[in-house]
Design a protein around this ligand. Sequence first.
Ligand SMILES: [Zn+2]
Length: 204
Amino acid sequence: MSDKLDSGEFDDTKNFEEFEYSPNFTAVPEVFHSFMEEGPFSKCTMCDGTLLKDGTPYLIHKAFHRGEVIFEYAMCLPCRAKIQEELSAESLERINAYMDQYHIEDRSESLLAEHGTEVAPWISHCLISGKPIEGEDEYHYYAFCDGPDLVFNGLPMALAGGVDEELNELLSKQTRDRLDGFVDEQFGLPPELRKPIKGSPILI
Ligand SMILES: [Zn+2]
């Protein structure tokens, strides 16, 4: 990962003062639109709560197989908290520890400075393997949004399919079962459009 900041020399506050204010959000781009809704996600996949008002934070996860959407959801933060409560504490800890190695938040400043609010450079490579997403059979896109906007806060990011499996191995059986149930209930696509996928969504 060539764009990694050398954070050893500066602390965050110092770095911050050196940059002029630039917006850290942009209108949700098409790649994070809903395939089902043919436009921005307007409601939470789980609770149907509306999402497009300012001050409504939510996560988007879209999974692709050979360029086709195989599942998608938008999840408001209260629903995310509910799911996390059902997962085992060890699984969440293992996933957080695994993701912490990659210092997701650290990349925001350098990517914003270099590319402004362009989304493509954030999702062009798998965050974990560093390999280009182009050419991967299966990949996942994640974004954090607020109302009509995508917010750059470490996300958006892309993960390649194989990485998904690696993460799934960190999950306890209880968590695995719960997530499989979640995918069955909340695929976000009608059954006729569903395709088998190897892993389930990772909740971040
Ligand atoms: Zn919800």
